[in-house]
Design a protein around this ligand. Structure first.
Ligand code: FE2
Length: 207
């Protein structure tokens, strides 16, 4: 079965005015679709054809001659995670267990927001900023181009796409304004909490 473009978890206009319908139609309908299509074309006829995206990514990451497949599969996975990292009801102060973890790691919510915003804004070129769990500790990190934390032993909790295609139609070159809107109006803390609870359940089950 070929991989399919996953549907957005909301309507194309649901994130307006912070991310426009025009941006989401191009970003999801063209960019994300192209990454899925390229991945399918690369794995056609190979042993990877029945694998999940994380399995494909894990099997080709950092391997010579596999960069093109890694990039398209990594981008396909990163984008699906990004759609869920935003919500029309999102933004503002984190809640739930993630909030407690953020306060114990970054001292307070404002310090975390500054840390995340600085990482996303100062990342050079195309890529992603992430809140991840590594060795059971929260961490803000960035990845370049199609790289993804799932090949680094990190568990992603939330991400923002800082490729220009994510914000250029709405913010032109003002990445900082896009990142601020993400934090204040869109960040889906329910999703971050789901990811944290899942990894905590898995860790408990493994003990
Ligand atoms: Fe993107």
């Amino acid at each position: 079965m070929p991989l399919e473009l996953p549907s957005l978890p909301y309507a194309y206009n649901a994130l307006e005015p912070y991310v426009s319908s025009d941006t989401l139609q191009v970003h999801h309908g063209k960019h994300h679709r192209a990454y899925v299509d390229k991945t399918n074309a690369s794995i056609a006829g190979s042993s990877l054809v029945d694998c999940s995206l994380p399995e494909i990514i894990g099997s080709v990451a950092y391997k010579a001659g596999k960069r093109t497949l890694f990039e398209s599969a990594g981008q396909a996975w990163n984008h699906e995670f990004y759609w869920h990292s935003m919500s029309p009801e999102g933004g503002g102060a984190p809640k739930g267990p993630v909030r407690q973890r953020i306060i114990s790691t970054f001292t307070d919510i404002d310090s975390f927001a500054r840390h995340f915003r600085d990482a996303a804004v100062s990342h050079f070129g195309s890529g992603w900023a992430w809140l991840v769990l590594e060795d059971n500790k929260l961490k803000v990190t960035t990845t370049a181009n199609a790289d993804t934390p799932i090949t680094r032993g990190q568990v992603p909790l939330l991400t923002i796409d800082v490729w220009e295609h994510a914000y250029y139609l709405d913010y032109q070159n003002r990445r900082a304004d896009y990142v601020t809107a993400f934090l204040e109006k869109l960040a889906n803390w329910d999703f971050a909490n789901e990811n944290l609870r899942r990894i905590e359940r898995e860790r408990t089950a493994a003990e």
